[in-house]
Write a protein that binds this ligand. Structure first.
Ligand SMILES: [Fe+2]
Ligand SMILES: [Fe+2]
Length: 281
């Protein structure tokens, strides 16, 4: 029988770590590969604004939550604020390496402004869906260390640190959503979350693809060649989007909860790895 709720013994621990201060980063920090670099840079460009949006969306529904969830929201906020801080630094290094992230950031701002204009529950639903996305990406990143093995070690450590905490707090937005919509029927909830997830997924794929292509263009990789290399990277090898497809689909099952799949073992392994990672400069 599925658990359908966050484990009682889960503790969400903000790990205040800093990465890559004062260090110069290779333009193609990811395996000397412009496509892999563009994919991760495009993702990182969205985090500072995106995670600030997650925080504001969840916080708005904090009042009246049970004490355990209330404490988890607090830890979630602390974690996300630190993620934003480290991605601002990471993005700075990408800018120093010659990339212009402005068009990517502008697109995030535009998307968020549309959602912000709607009732707050829509922002919470979008956050709950995007947090599932980040949790399954994080799971994949930690499950297959090869994704980051050829990356610049300091950047790999930063992405692994972020992934650990995304797994750890994966139930928070979902539980806040369950609490905020407790008066709705299961059917109504399912209809809303399905609609929002399909919408968010479409936007996520379209926007990250545009972002990746925009950065590739700055490397002089354009046209069908850029498309082909991006699609190969995301869907075939290593095929991150293909690999998370099953976990994405699970979201639509009746009785879904992010903790139906307890993947805390990945956190332990990744933490040991992180402990031996190079110290920040
Ligand atoms: Fe985060
Ligand atoms: Fe998160």
């Amino acid at each position: 029988m599925a658990r359908q709720r966050t484990p009682e013994d889960l503790t969400i621990t903000p790990r205040d770590r800093r990465f890559g201060r004062g260090a110069r980063q290779e333009r193609w920090w990811m395996d000397g590969n412009p496509v892999a670099t563009a994919f991760y840079n495009a993702l990182s460009a969205t985090f500072p604004k995106g995670e600030a949006f997650f925080v504001e969306s969840v916080r708005r529904f904090r009042d009246g939550t049970p004490p355990k969830l209330d404490a988890e929201i607090k830890a979630f906020v602390t974690q996300e604020v630190m993620h934003s801080r480290e991605h601002v630094q990471f993005n700075k290094r990408a800018i120093e390496a010659g990339y212009d992230l402005t068009p990517l950031e502008d697109r995030v701002e535009w998307r968020l402004s549309i959602t912000r204009a709607k009732p707050p529950i829509v922002s919470l639903a979008a956050t709950m869906c995007l947090e599932h996305f980040t949790a399954i990406l994080a799971h994949q990143l930690l499950k297959n260390p090869r994704h980051l093995d050829a990356a610049d070690p300091e950047s790999a450590a930063m992405w692994r640190w972020h992934a650990i905490e995304e797994i750890e707090h994966k139930g928070v937005a979902y539980d806040t959503w369950l609490h905020a919509t407790r008066a709705l029927s299961r059917r109504k909830r399912w209809k809303i979350k399905t609609k929002v997830m399909l919408f968010v997924t479409r936007n996520f794929i379209v926007d990250r693809s545009i972002g990746t292509l925009t950065l590739l263009r700055q490397d002089g990789i354009i046209g069908p060649k850029a498309w082909a290399r991006m699609l190969w990277f995301t869907w075939v090898r290593p095929g991150m989007l293909r690999k998370i497809f099953g976990a994405w689909l699970a979201f639509f099952l009746p009785g879904f909860h992010p903790w139906n799949h307890d993947d805390r073992a990945l956190i332990e392994v990744a933490e040991r790895r992180l402990a031996t990672a190079p110290l920040p400069a």
